[in-house]
Design a protein around this ligand. Structure first.
Ligand code: ATP
Length: 377
């Protein structure tokens, strides 16, 4: 049941077992998801995973080879049904904005409203200019507007005809970094204020997490996990999801009753989210993100502590520095420090975990040079 994870609200869009092949290559196989009214859902995944193909199937620019696409409960793509794109009432915002250069902002926004009578059209355009914060720029041409303003016009133009839903294809990729961060918040505000149901696609995990109500992590044409940004980030269900959503390192652990032994010491079992009892006396991998870990040079560490690792790489990220520490048992973990807590390469450090952070885990995966299996001691 594609609605199983949907506690409330009517589904505006449903994909049910959708498949798409190009030649002999299956780009999408058996993809199901549903998007409820007013929700912003983002398909997040690496280049080539099938995100754009999925959007094209929803828009009706391509026909699926299997499964069904339903819009407000009506089949728009299926074995015996295909509704033309212009009849679906779906708005699309492309990454290049695609504004008409010879039309003003106002005329661009009015473009899809040719069937409206003039006074309704004018007041709708005013309403849209107001919504996107361009009420004084209506008479400007696209080349007189900044990238962020052009994007606002593109959004306003797509929203003006009151679409059943909106699709956004990598909407921020043409903006520079600062503007991108600002526009994420703006686009979310505008979509929420318009109350429109939206599906966006991106390969940028920060963007996905900041604009979406739910994120579907796509890998190789399939959804690996779907959930709120917090759920997919904090409780990834696969190593792919863990690694795609942020820096992920793994501590090898051995579960012994209420404790898990790791290269940074004993971790209480209840700090590890949902660790099933059947995993007692077995090896697991504990997922740690840079903010779960701290590494203190042993010279500064409280007296009596000894090093359990040393710094092997240091990556300057501007406001913070990302370190990789090799633990005495060979595991490598990453941690993020501010400038006032700098550590030198090769410096011996005492690594510990933040006690109040909830950690995710995975059954042990065999690593190279290991014979694997449970430890017998
Ligand atoms: P990107 O972020 O790079 O756009 P994506 O996740 O959107 O990636 P798609 O554009 O959906 O990926 O493409 C998925 C796969 O399908 C790719 O391997 C691509 O080469 C292939 N593909 C897409 N469209 C076609 C087509 N019309 N004919 C043949 N192969 C295609």
């Amino acid at each position: 049941d594609v609605l199983a994870d949907r506690p409330t609200g009517d589904a505006v869009l449903e994909l049910d077992g959708v498949a798409k092949h190009f030649g002999s290559e299956a780009v999408i196989e058996d993809l199901s998801l549903s998007v409820r009214e007013g929700e912003i859902l983002t398909l997040l995944g690496p280049s080539g995973c099938g995100k754009t193909t999925t959007l094209r199937l929803v828009a009706g620019l391509d026909r699926p080879d299997g499964g069904e696409v339903r819009l407000n409960g009506q089949v728009v793509s299926g074995p015996t049904q295909f509704t033309a794109p212009e009849q679906r009432g779906i708005g699309v915002v492309f990454q290049e904005f695609a504004l008409f250069p010879h039309l003003t902002a106002r005329e661009n926004i009015a473009f899809g409203l040719h069937e409206w009578d003039e006074s309704a059209r004018e007041s709708r355009v005013d309403e849209m200019l107001d919504l996107v914060g361009l009420d004084t720029q209506g008479d400007s041409y696209p080349d007189e507007l900044s990238g962020g303003q052009q994007q606002r016009v593109a959004l306003a133009r797509s929203l003006a005809p009151e679409p059943a839903m909106l699709l956004l294809d990598e909407p921020f990729s043409n903006l520079d970094v600062d503007l991108r961060v600002e526009m994420r918040e703006e686009v979310r505000r505008i979509l929420k204020e318009a109350g429109v149901t939206a599906v966006s696609v991106t390969h940028d995990q920060e963007e996905a997490m900041s604009i979406s109500d739910r994120v579907a992590v796509v890998n190789d044409g399939q959804i690996e996990q779907i959930g709120t940004p917090e759920q997919v980030f904090q409780h990834p269900e696969s190593r792919f999801v863990a690694g795609f959503l942020g820096h992920a390192s793994f501590l090898s652990g051995y579960v012994r009753g209420a404790e898990v032994e790791t290269g940074v010491g004993i971790v209480p079992r209840d700090q590890i989210h949902g660790l099933a009892t059947e995993y007692d006396m077995t090896r697991i991998d504990v997922l740690v993100r840079p903010d779960d870990v701290s590494a203190v040079p042993t010279a500064d560490a409280e007296s009596g502590t000894t090093a359990n690792g040393h710094i092997v790489t240091r990556r300057y990220l501007g406001p913070t520095i990302l370190y990789e520490v090799e633990l005495d048992n060979g595991d490598r973990v990453q941690c993020m420090h501010n400038h006032d807590e700098q550590v030198d390469l090769d410096e011996p450090v005492r690594v510990s975990l933040e006690a109040d952070h909830d950690l995710a885990w995975f059954p042990r995966e065999q690593r190279t040079g290991e014979n694997g299996g449970d430890r017998s001691d």
